[in-house]
Design a protein around this ligand. Structure first.
Ligand SMILES: NC(=O)c1ccc[n+]([C@@H]2O[C@H](COP(=O)([O-])OP(=O)(O)OC[C@H]3O[C@@H](n4cnc5c(N)ncnc54)[C@H](OP(=O)(O)O)[C@@H]3O)[C@@H](O)[C@H]2O)c1
Length: 249
């Protein structure tokens, strides 16, 4: 029997795709969304072959199509007759130092990671409020803990904004609604596959996502993942002077 329905946005690659595999293995049915539908269908086929009892629905969704987000989420909830967990995962890592002629890249990151996430949270919470509960999960980032330099400036700000949205909702204490903010460290995915030099503390996708899924299943309010080194580094980052933070990134 299904343990519930998990909707994952940005499920066509990286953390989203691996979360889909792991939640299927834990007995959940899945709704997978992204822009690259063929990738989602391939993943759904892969999951069906391993877990024939799992129901997987695939929907094309660009999270910057803000009006489409609630429509697709409502279609998914209606198709399954329930929606237990929404993972706001779709995200972009494009960016350039502000004022260097790449306003387009920074704007695209802001629209996807923050305004798109806001649309997903609105849509999820409309469903959860009506249903009397649900689990909202947002994928922020360790880099959202502080202001970051250059190519990371906009990205880090969007992830800080996302974490604050989640904390605000958590603080509202909506009956039956749990809110988890995940702060991943460095996890190998398409977002960082161009980074060829050895990044300290970078873990493979499976290791990173195993830690994310464990934290989500515990319905933690917030989780720095993987725990080592990101719990101590996360706490340190929050308090370090900017002159030190700027040397770490
Ligand atoms: N990997 C890390 O080290 C790390 C660390 C901290 C936080 N994160 C966060 O984890 C999340 C997943 O990233 P990832 O590392 O797995 O990177 P990834 O492999 O590049 O995956 C990003 C996913 O987001 C989707 N996406 C991007 N723009 C979208 C849009 N406009 N509409 C719908 N979907 C969109 C992509 O799907 P389509 O292109 O098919 O639409 C893809 O499935 C992101 O929010 C990222 O910021 C990652």
């Amino acid at each position: 029997m299904s343990r519930g329905v998990v909707l994952i946005t940005g499920a066509s690659s990286g953390l989203g795709a691996e979360m889909a595999r792991r939640f299927a293995a834990r007995g959940y049915d899945l709704a997978l969304t992204a822009r690259r539908t063929a990738r989602l269908e391939q993943l759904a086929g892969e999951i069906a072959a391993i877990h024939p009892g799992t129901r997987v629905e695939v929907r094309t969704l660009d999270v910057t199509d803000f009006d489409a987000v609630p429509v697709v989420f409502a279609e998914i909830a209606a198709a399954f007759g329930r929606l237990d967990r929404v993972i706001v995962n779709a995200g972009l890592g494009k960016g350039a130092p502000l004022g260097t002629g790449r306003a387009d890249a920074n704007r695209e990151t802001a629209l996807t990671n923050f305004v798109g996430a806001l649309a997903q949270m609105e849509a999820a919470l409309e469903i959860f409020r009506a249903a009397g509960g649900g689990h909202l999960v947002v994928i922020s980032s360790i880099s959202g803990l502080r202001g970051m330099r250059k190519t990371l400036t906009t990205y880090a700000a969007t992830k800080a904004g996302l974490a604050h949205l989640a904390e605000g909702v958590r603080s509202e204490r909506i009956p039956g609604v749990k809110v988890t903010t995940v702060y991943p460290g460095y996890i190998r995915s398409e977002m960082n596959e161009h980074v060829t030099q050895k990044t300290p503390f970078m873990v493979d996708t499976e290791t990173g996502v195993r830690a994310i899924v464990a934290a989500v299943e515990k319905e933690k309010a917030q989780a720095y993942v993987p725990a080592w080194p990101w719990i101590p580094l996360g706490y340190a980052l929050r308090g370090l002077p900017l002159s030190v933070v700027r040397r770490l990134t």
